[in-house]
Design a protein. Structure first.
Length: 251
């Protein structure tokens, strides 16, 4: 009787994708990544510039500090007015420079000669009529404001210190988020607190009225030039007006 051998077992075929990593097992108790919501606010524009914490601070806080410092340093007026000017304008310049470096302050980009020329022209339009009409009053006012100072010190304040501080802070920081007429009012209040104690406004109300009118027009014009021709033009406008109104009468 012949011997019957069983057929050999057919080997199980090995799939081609045996080297691939098996898909992960998702626990239904936890949401998938697509459904996960971050607790942090997402940035709308990924390419937008970085906004630092200091940019969100209200610049009025710096304005109030400068106002308080201007009032608190009034005892220096009889002995060292130059030190008072340096401190109060230095603090204001510090706020302006920090906002320019870290915050949302106005920038000076590549300016056109036309805009810079308009800054000079507006400064002359403001200063020359006042110089022609009230030259003697401006001379007495400038002597009182910069009493005891040499011409070089006065020129440094009028060209560098004062325009740098006020342009960067008022026209660079405040006017970025506020209307130009409101910035003009704030700047006029600041200028009055800086200069009126120097000219003894209580004893000379007529002089104080003239100077106050000039301060209002000056600050309105600076803010207007800032909106019309840019920050650099407003800077030049203030330098020219300072030279015509406060330095030329001293010569």
């Amino acid at each position: 009787m012949p011997t019957i051998y069983p057929d050999p077992d057919t080997p199980t075929p090995i799939p081609d994708d045996w080297r691939k990593t098996p898909p992960p097992i998702v626990d239904p108790a936890y949401p998938e990544e697509a459904d996960w919501e971050s607790p942090f606010a997402s940035k709308e524009d990924a390419n937008a510039p970085v906004t630092y914490r200091g940019a969100a601070a209200d610049p009025v806080f710096g304005y109030l500090i400068a106002i308080a410092l201007s009032i608190g340093l009034m005892p220096l007026i009889p002995t060292d007015p130059a030190l008072r000017y340096t401190l109060i304008w230095g603090v204001m310049a510090g706020f302006g420079v920090l906002a320019w470096l870290l915050g949302n302050s106005g920038r000076i980009w590549t300016e056109t000669p036309e805009n810079l020329g308009w800054g000079v022209i507006f400064g002359l339009i403001l200063g020359v009529p006042f110089l022609m009409v009230g030259g003697s009053t401006l001379q007495q006012t400038a002597q009182r404001i910069f009493t005891g100072m040499q011409p070089g010190e006065t020129l440094a304040f009028l060209i560098f210190v004062m325009p740098l501080a006020e342009t960067l802070f008022f026209r660079g920081v405040l006017q970025e988020t506020r209307r130009f007429w409101l910035v003009s009012i704030l700047a006029t209040v600041w200028s009055a607190l800086v200069f009126f104690p120097m000219i003894d406004a209580g004893r000379f109300p007529a002089v104080a009225l003239i100077i106050g009118t000039a301060l209002v027009l000056m600050n309105l014009l600076y803010s207007y030039v800032r909106r019309r021709n840019g920050l650099a033009a407003a800077w030049l406008c203030q330098i020219v007006a300072n030279l015509v109104l406060l330095f030329l009468p001293l010569l």
